[in-house]
Design a protein around this ligand. Sequence first.
Ligand code: KE4
Length: 442
Amino acid sequence: MNTETPALSRPDYRLGRGHDAFVRANRVIPGGVNSPARAFGAVGGEPPFVARAEGAYLFDIDENKYIDYIGSWGPMILGHVHPVVRSAVAEALELGSSFGAPTVREVEIAEAVVAAVPSIEKVRFVSSGTEAMMSAVRVARGVTGRSKIIKMAGHYHGHSDALLVRAGSAATTLGMPNSPGVTAGAVQDTILCPFNDVRAVADALARFPGQVAAVLLEPIAGNMGLVPPEPGYLAALRELTETHGTLLIFDEVMTGFRVAFGGAQALFGITPDVTALGKVIGGGLPAAAYGAAAEVMNQVSPAGPIYQAGTLSGNPLAMAAGLATLRLLDAEPPYARLERLSARLAEGLDRAATDAGIPHVVQRVGSMLTLFFHDGPVRNYDDACRSDTRLFARFFWEMLARGVYLPCSQFEAAFVSTAHTEDDLDQTIQAAREALQAIRNF
Ligand code: KE4
């Protein structure tokens, strides 16, 4: 892993205690982190260690304060330690942290999800987006009796074997493992297509008639940087999958309750067959879910034969945090304000990069956005990979040194929360102006 911190124009920025913590962490945790996304592999150097968070801010153990645009990679749409969410969790904790038995609160949040997402008549809670998507794929295969699945290059659906694939040789559409330990057998039925390419999906469906259980995708890609669906793309996939008797799975782990209360499917008016949710629905605690029409979900154990289970599924504390979050989002929908704030940030970053004469494009949907160091629209993973990731790494560190914590990879989306103020955004834009001027002169 590249551990070199790029040279900074603000050498006064220090991570002394963070360095010691990282050295100590590396002795007992692989790479010193419990998820690779946090390890700064894409930007070099060592990650700050967080001491606490509040509203739109993170505070590290070196007493640096940051305006936070990771938001725990999406869950913290209401900002950190929201008082209503905090007290909901505290109250739930008084009653117990985990029972392994059903609770009414699980029913309440399930009813909230069903009310918010019309395509979901029944929903099963799990503990991570990986579990949600792994289960959604199993349900699609179980319900259709088919084996093959189509996923999009650059889309991330968690780390279940069948979904850890990379493009095979150009001649084939069948994926190849992208991690040791993932066997060829595990991915032999996974077909990769470029995002925003209807023809590629049509060809794959024609190549394997009656064999494709599902087409699955992030309806708005966030895991290669923010890449929106092109006009008509989602509708075309809906039509193609209907024609072929293939299920359409929307991975809304990131977009669910983020881009609209009903998710991307509400924003674009496209109804998938199965939806995965996560992040926001846990309110910062471990919870995710998958849902579909009752006739599909009634195939899931114990109602039906398709097995799926989890010790901490529907955990009372996570349900309390998630339900409090959904109720706040429903009672006072923040989406118009998030749109205004996020547009202000996107325009400011765009202007700053233009004034610095740096080739770039800012792509955004709602409160998810990415500044790509790439001259021109990013439509798919190949485009994204042509971004100047070295320049991004320098930009990232110049921003960190100025108290702005962006996602630590060009291939991630930044998140704006209801806790961000106009002043936070203006500070961010000013920091970006300075950072972009600094890196253009390096
Ligand atoms: P988890 O298993 O990490 O809860 O969810 C997997 C997942 C599924 N689907 C989408 C669209 C996702 O974005 C994710 C997880 N997102 C990454 C960041 N982009 C999580 C960060 C991490 O891996 O630490």
